[in-house]
Design a protein around this ligand. Structure first.
Ligand code: SAM
Length: 452
C-alpha cells in the first residue's frame, strides 16, 4: 500500500524531494504516508484536570486491555500510547463486506469504528451482528449501494483496499432504502485491524487527541501567562487550546480564522475545553494587522474608516509591533497527513501554497514586538512550503527577524534548500514520516523579532 498523488503532482514532488537530498526515497515516503503513526498521542488538558487526574482517567479507560501508555520523556503534558501491531489481517471468511469512503477507511486505520455516513455499499445479507470485511473505496469506483464486491484483481486496479474486519451494527435494508434511510450512528464496530488503537475521542475534554508535532509546536512557541498571543489560522483549535493551557488561561489570545463554519466550530471547541482567555475573529489574517497611522497627516484611506462597519472591522485588528508571540500554523497542502490512501490535491494548489504562506508571514512579522517570537508551522513534507518559506523569510526580512533554536527539539534538521544557511537548516525542526520518525509529516520554524 502507498499513498498516491495525481501524476503531475507526483512528478513535481518527486523532483523537489530528490533535490532536497533528504537521503530518503520518495517511494519510501509514499509508503509511510499510507500507514498510521505507530503511537496515539494524547495531550493532557491542564485547564480542566491535573496531570495525575488525567493519567488516572486514561488508566481506568484502558483497564483490562493490552494497551500501555507512557509519559512523553520531553513533554510533561503529553501521554503516548503505542498501537498494537502491525498484525497480518485477512478478510473474514464469512464473505460479507462493507465498502466505505476513503476518509472513513483512513480513520479505521487510526483506530476508529465505521459510522453510517462513511458507508458506500455492502453485501445484500448484511444485518446487525454480522461479521463483515471492510474495504475503503479510494476512487469511488463502487456505485452507491452496490451488492457485489469486485474480484481481487479489479479491486487492486481500482484501489478498493481492505482495511479490517468488524461486526455490523446496521441492517442493509435500513441504510439503503429510498426514503427515511438511517443516516447516522455506528455502522461497524471494528475488531480486527492492522494497527489496534483504542477509541478515545470521548475523553476529548480531559485528554485531547493531538498529533505529537502539533503539541511540540505550541511548546516551541512557549507562551507565558499574561502575554498577548496571536494565533493567525486557528481552526479547529487544537493549538489555540494548548496555548491557552500553557498560559493558564491568563493574558490574551487573539485567534483568527477565515472560514465561517470553521470559526463557529472553533468557538464551540474552545468553550468545551475550558478556554476563557481567547477572542475569536472571523477574518482573513493577512488583514489583521492595524498599522500605526502617522500622527500629523492621516492618509485619505484612514478617513474612510469612519463608517461604523469599518470601525467594527478595525476593532478586530491588532496593533502592529504589539504582540508577544505569533503562531502561524499556515494553511498548507496537508501532504504530511497519515494514513492517506491518496492526495487528490491539484498541482496548482501545491505550487501556489508557498506564495499564500509568504503573504501571511509578512503580517506575522508586522504584528510582533521587538524580542517577540514567531512560530511558523505546516503539516506538509514539501520543502517548498517549509525550508523554502524560511529561506525566503530570512532573505526578505534580514533586519527584522532571526532564526531561533527550538526547545523541545524532537524532530530532525531541515532538508537542503537553495539559499538556506546550514545554521538555519539545523535550527528548523522537521518531522518526515520514515522508519525513524513515526509521526505525521510536519515542519516547525521559530524566529525572534530583532530590535529596531
Ligand atoms: N492551527 C490549527 C489547529 O492547530 O487546530 C490548524 C490550522 S489549519 C492548518 C489552517 C486554518 O487556516 C484553516 O482552518 C483555514 O480555514 C484557515 N485559513 C486559511 N486561510 C486563512 C486566512 N487567510 N486567514 C485566517 N485563516 C485562514
Amino acid at each position: 500500500r502507498r499513498c498516491e498523488f495525481r501524476d503531475d503532482v507526483a512528478e513535481y514532488l518527486e523532483e523537489v524531494w530528490d533535490r532536497s537530498a533528504s537521503g530518503q526515497r520518495f517511494a519510501d515516503l509514499c509508503e509511510r504516508l499510507a500507514i498510521p503513526p505507530a503511537h496515539t498521542c494524547l495531550r493532557i488538558n491542564t485547564l480542566v484536570n491535573t496531570r495525575e487526574e488525567a493519567i488516572q482517567t486514561l488508566a481506568r479507560e484502558l483497564e483490562g486491555t493490552d494497551y500501555k501508555f507512557e509519559q512523553h520523556p520531553k513533554l510533561d503534558d503529553v501521554l503516548i500510547l503505542p498501537a498494537i501491531g502491525p498484525r497480518r489481517v485477512v478478510p473474514d471468511k464469512e464473505g460479507l463486506f462493507v465498502v466505505v469512503d476513503a476518509a472513513c477507511g483512513a480513520a479505521v486505520l487510526r483506530g476508529s469504528d465505521v459510522f453510517v455516513p462513511g458507508i458506500r455499499a455492502c453485501s445484500s445479507g448484511v444485518h446487525s451482528g454480522a461479521r463483515v470485511a471492510v474495504y475503503a473505496d479510494v476512487h469511488k469506483a463502487c456505485s452507491t449501494g452496490q451488492t457485489k464486491l469486485p474480484p481481487a484483481e479489479e479491486r487492486a486496479a481500482k484501489k478498493i483496499v481492505f482495511v479490517g474486519n468488524g461486526i455490523a451494527h446496521f441492517d442493509r435494508a435500513d441504510v439503503f432504502r429510498s426514503s427515511d434511510a438511517v443516516t447516522s450512528g455506528l455502522g461497524v464496530e471494528m475488531g480486527d485491524i492492522e494497527f489496534q488503537t483504542p477509541c478515545l475521542g470521548h475523553l476529548d475534554r480531559s485528554l485531547v487527541l493531538q498529533n505529537l508535532p502539533s503539541c511540540v509546536a505550541s511548546h516551541v512557541l512557549a507562551p507565558q501567562p499574561g502575554e498577548h498571543v496571536v494565533d493567525m489560522c486557528a481552526a479547529p483549535g487544537g493549538k489555540t487550546a494548548h496555548i491557552a493551557a500553557l498560559m493558564n488561561n491568563t493574558g490574551r489570545i487573539t485567534a483568527y480564522e477565515r472560514s465561517t463554519k470553521r470559526c463557529a466550530a472553533l468557538v464551540q471547541w474552545l468553550e468545551t475545553v475550558g478556554v476563557t482567555c481567547c477572542s475569536v475573529f472571523k477574518m482573513d489574517a493577512r488583514k489583521c494587522c492595524l498599522q500605526a497611522l502617522p500622527q500629523s497627516s492621516p492618509s485619505p484611506s484612514s478617513s474612510s474608516l469612519s463608517s461604523s462597519s469599518s470601525q467594527a472591522v478595525e476593532k478586530k485588528k491588532v496593533q502592529a509591533g504589539s504582540v508577544d508571540r505569533v503562531l502561524l500554523d499556515a494553511p498548507c497542502t496537508g501532504l504530511g497527513q497519515r494514513p492517506k490512501f491518496e492526495h487528490a490535491t491539484p498541482l496548482t494548489d501545491v505550487i501556489e501554497a508557498p506564495s499564500f504562506q509568504k503573504k501571511l508571514f509578512r503580517t506575522a512579522v508586522a504584528l510582533l514586538k521587538p524580542g517577540g517570537t514567531l512560530v511558523y508551522s505546516t503539516c506538509s513534507f514539501n520543502p517548498e512550503e517549509n525550508e523554502g518559506v524560511v529561506a525566503w523569510a530570512l532573505a526578505e526580512f534580514p533586519h527584522d527577524i532571526e532564526i531561533a533554536q527550538q526547545v523541545p527539539y524532537i524532530g530532525e534538521a531541515g532538508v537542503q534548500y537553495e539559499g538556506l544557511s546550514e545554521e538555519a537548516r539545523q535550527r528548523v525542526q522537521r518531522f518526515t514520516p520514515s522508519s525513524t520518525c513515526d509521526t505525521i509529516g510536519f515542519f516547525i520554524a521559530k524566529f525572534i523579532k530583532k530590535p529596531p
